[in-house]
Design a binder for this molecule. Sequence first.
Ligand SMILES: Cc1cc2nc3c(=O)[nH]c(=O)nc-3n(C[C@H](O)[C@H](O)[C@H](O)COP(=O)(O)OP(=O)(O)OC[C@H]3O[C@@H](n4cnc5c(N)ncnc54)[C@H](O)[C@@H]3O)c2cc1C
Length: 487
Amino acid sequence: MSELHSPVVDVDRFLRIGNQASKGKERRARTLDRRTDATTRPDEDAEDWVSEPARRVPVAERVDVLVEEYLGGTVSRVGMESVSWWQYNDAVKSDGLVKDLEDLAKSMRATSTFPYNDGLNLTSEPFKRVADAFASRHGVRCLFATVVVEAIMEGQKLTGVLVENIAGRQALLAGVCVDCSGNADVLHRAGGRFTVLPADQRMGVTQVFSVSNVDKAAFLRYTEKKGATYNNWGNDGGEKECETEWKQETQGGEGDLRTPYLEREFQEAETRGVLPKDSNISGSWSTLTDDGELLNLNLVHMKGDALNPYEVSSMAQQGREKVADAISALRTIPGCEQCKLRTFSNNLGVRDSRKCVARYNLTGSDALGCSRFEDSVCVLPQIVDGYGVLVLGSEGGEVEVPLRGFQCDVDNLMVAGRCFAGDHVSHCLTRNIKCCMLTGQAAGGIAAAALGAGETVWGLRAEDARATLRRCGFRCDVEDDGMVSSS
Ligand SMILES: Cc1cc2nc3c(=O)[nH]c(=O)nc-3n(C[C@H](O)[C@H](O)[C@H](O)COP(=O)(O)OP(=O)(O)OC[C@H]3O[C@@H](n4cnc5c(N)ncnc54)[C@H](O)[C@@H]3O)c2cc1C
């Protein structure tokens, strides 16, 4: 059903790299559903269960489409502003809602430019206002500080969710739900199938932070002289090759593109005893303001299970300690001698947890080979970043996504964003923020099409989904020009 179209990527070689764990083991995801998810549930016969009494819950609302808790997710809560860092050379530029959002952010002075290309960063604090304005402009009503805690099912069909907030427990009934929780939380609660990699094979968890009091001119003089490129990721001229996930293979010339990367500096700090040995500190920054604030420091990484609340809590504490170490080491870099902690991100940055199992799960070959599908409903720019592979899309590659990727075994639930259906290599494509926005927008259009056709999401025909999406100017396949269609 799919054809590969990538003009440049050596798909077989990159798949081999992507499938190898750092210790040479093949990565194999387990398929789980809520009934078998031992990561969060004790044994059935254990005594560690209590019974929750059945109760009546008020229906707070009946809505068409339900999305989730907070606007901006990782951008606003983790400070991950670099939504276009990969936009070198001919990489595909944003269109549709993604472009509208960027234009609005620009008009509200909530962007900065990525250090080495024209890509816009959505600077995370001002971006919170942009997200509010964007939501109200599109008629979206928000219910903040509200967490989905249970799914309401009629057989295999999701009809709504139970939420908890300051008012207690409430029911929200919806025609269609879109799970953009990053962790496929709604799918999990609905008993739908998902996959997870063993925790020690997943990408790391990061405590992002920012510092102030940087001498901008001195720091930029230093980074210009250093001239880091993607070839330096995991191999930055220090004593040893970095064992972290930053070590990635690029294709051809992409390795020579400039990147705001720091690693050697932390190795040297380890050698000098400024940092503990094997601190696993290395990575990137993306904005340096005129006021000397160095934002989005993606440096402090940990291995742990982001689906285990105890491990998440311990990583949060460990992360803050490691930030203190990282700042001591940063002070050894020209321009950063007087730097001070500005912010810890509100949440830990999680890259990898549950992945939905759908009618079609996007594969690593689809992502690396730019697949085409007859039932395509969405087009992603080809950025594949993780598990040893780095494709920056600088030759204009695009990957189509089929409607079947949105149809899972919980009907009327779609899973978009980071937890979109696929394997761990295609995850390195779909997890990118712009791809998350695009699968999110496609899910919204598919929901509208299903409601309009009086169908469930599972029963929806691809031509109906594509007609609705095209009416909004959404590109359903690579041939689309993104013009609003009246068909
Ligand atoms: C450290 C780090 C650096 C990264 N760097 C980049 C980068 O430079 N560029 C890039 O493109 N990508 C980057 N990524 C990847 C990217 O940021 C994420 O994959 C992407 O933002 C995920 O978007 P999402 O909308 O799927 O989920 P999220 O952004 O995680 O949003 C999920 C939202 O759902 C809410 N939620 C969760 N559970 C519930 C619930 N039960 N009820 C209600 N709401 C809930 C959360 O609070 C959150 O607001 C990075 C990721 C990390 C962690």
